[in-house]
Design a protein around this ligand. Sequence first.
Ligand code: FAD
Length: 388
Amino acid sequence: RLDERTRDIIKSTVPVLAEHGEAITTHFYKRMFEDHPELKNMFNMTHQKVGKQPRALANAVYAAAQNIDDLSAIAPAAETIAEKHVNLNIQPEHYPIVGEYLLKAIKEVLGDAVNDEIITAWGEAYGEIADVFIQIEKKKYAESAWTGYRNFNVEKKVKESEEITSFYLLPENGGSLPFYRPGQYIGLKADIPGYPYTQLRQYSLSDAPGEEYLRISVKRESGTDELPAGLVSTWLHDQVQEGDVLPLSAPAGDFYLDESGKLPVVLLSGGVGVTPLMSMYKKIREERDVYFIHAARNGGVHGLKEEMSGSRTYVIYETPSEEDKTMGAFHKAGYVDLDWLRTVVPKEADFYFCGPEGFMRAMNGSLHEWGIPEENINYEFFGPKGNI
Ligand code: FAD
């Protein structure tokens, strides 16, 4: 356990470091990848470019440091990160490398503003924080269906919409499918011809447990004039065919349906955020009161449409096409807003949501404004934790 002096130093320097948080973590990644390019195989290199990963790391480290007197306060956040780490196969030996470069980055970015005593204190604090993660992850590895990667065959590739395609996956050499909870995701290892590093991505399992396959449903990230197309999703859509092999890490994630709950369930999804919620929906629609609200830009990009078939399902199209209108395929045009939401779903319910960041922010804001207790609100980010 850290002594009081060390903890005081940490708490008094958190604000200074936090102020320079992103500069430090950006520098940290740059230096670490220069010296250890092999680690590029473990990190999402697009998130690096976009700056999301440095931001998420900075926030996590400072939140932990702020709670250095009682690290149990970070347990809920640590759970989510640890699930991702296990899915990425992060091992205890990776932590000292990250620690070394984080300290170097603090020193190099802040220069004379930090003395040796501060650096030593941060070194010790990092060790404590790393240990919290290592212990949680050790437990998770022990419970995981397998460690590392297991090969799956693409049995079937099904186009679900203009942008979303499903992949039905079976273990390459037979064997049983893993247990998973509706809402969890797998990790997919992509070795893309011509791209120098292995890229790992997470995909939610989009069908209910108990089927004869695992299914993921992937949106093609097309890119724009300024932005390149998504690396892995484009490869999956254009290159990966039925019969090909995909290495997967075991199902993980702490965003899953609480099946012991008694309250009605409200599922709110935007775009491809439908995937984990579809798994939940199909698992419990026979057993519980479920309300499923899905927002998409229009019917053309609405994936898994036919599977949203119950009486309490509501489709909202931002800009419905003429065809959508003639088919009466949607319930409301525009957005999901609180005034409307309170007319269709009960307040006393367990809420789950997933979608693009703007959608997530709107849902989170609406549910809080409505007075939904924090413990009834659950959500998943399809990327490093953002601010909602
Ligand atoms: P990337 O190459 O990672 O690019 C991502 C985006 O960044 C693209 O829009 C791209 O245009 C943009 N970009 C690229 N380079 C730059 C740059 N230099 N500057 C700015 N922007 C840039 N996705 C699904 O489709 N279905 C799911 O069910 C699903 N489940 C998920 C579950 C979890 C828990 C998580 C964390 C993510 C999930 N995702 C899901 C997202 C998925 O993991 C990938 O992030 C997604 O497929 C995009 O990966 P990519 O390699 O195609 O794109």
